[in-house]
Design a protein around this ligand. Sequence first.
Ligand SMILES: Nc1nc2c(ncn2[C@@H]2O[C@H](COP(=O)(O)OP(=O)(O)OP(=O)(O)O)[C@@H](O)[C@H]2O)c(=O)[nH]1
Ligand SMILES: [Mg+2]
Length: 220
Amino acid sequence: MFDMETENKPQIQYMEVKKATGYVLPIGNGAVGKSTLPAVLDDQFSQPVKIGKSVNMEFSYVVDRLIVREQAFQVTQQYLVPPGQKENEGISGGRSFEQIIKMYQFMFKQIDVILLSYKLVELDSFNDLEFWINRALEISSPSTQYILVGTHLDMDASREVSHEMITNGSKFIKDCILNKYPEWQGKVPSLEISITDKQNTALLRNAVSVGILRSRKILI
Ligand SMILES: Nc1nc2c(ncn2[C@@H]2O[C@H](COP(=O)(O)OP(=O)(O)OP(=O)(O)O)[C@@H](O)[C@H]2O)c(=O)[nH]1
Ligand SMILES: [Mg+2]
C-alpha cells in the first residue's frame, strides 16, 4: 500500500552540532569601540551597551552558529573587555588597563582571541597597536589567535589608515607574535567594520569563532 508517511518524508540531513566556548579580549586605545563590539556582534539577543569610557572589566557573551568544512558549530564567545586607558595617561576614578589586567590576571590562563582594535579614522589609534600587541603578548598563550579590527568604516571619507598600512601592520604583528612564539602558525586577519550600521560584523563574528576553534585545536 502507498504509505504517505514515508513517501513524503522530507530529505533532511541532520548535522551534529559541535559546541565550543572561548575567551575573547578586545584591546586598543580609548573610544575605538571595544565595549560596543559584543553588543553589535550579537544578532540574537540585545545586550545593554555601556555608554562612556570604561573604568573596569566588562563581561558579555555572543553565541555564533557557523559551518566550517561541512561541520556545524555553536561557538560561545565570552568577551572580557578592559579599559583602553593606559596607565601613563592617568585616569580620574576607575582603573587603567594595566590595573585591570593585574586584578583579573587569574582569568588570563587562556585567551583564545585578541582583537587588536583601532579606528580607521584615527592614525594614532592604529600606530598605538605597537603598544597593544606587546601588552597582548604578555597575557596570551602559544595558541592565542589575533585579529586586526578597524572600526568606524561608516566614516570612510575621513579615513586615515590606508589598506597598505593595514597589510604592513598585519605583517608587523605576525613578526611580534613569532618573536615570542616561534612555533606559532596562522595568519593575522584584518577586518574593517562599522559598529553603527553593522557593516562586516557578521564576518567578524565568524572570524572570532574560527579563532576560538583554532585556539582550542578543534580546527587545525
Ligand atoms: N560612527 C561610529 N561610531 C562608533 C563605531 N564604533 C564605536 N563607535 C562609537 O564610539 C564611542 C566609543 O565606543 P566604546 O565602545 O565606548 O569605546 P571603547 O573602546 O570601549 O572605549 P574605552 O572604554 O574608553 O576604552 C561610542 O559612542 C560608540 O558608539 C563605528 O564603527 N562607527
Ligand atoms: Mg570601553
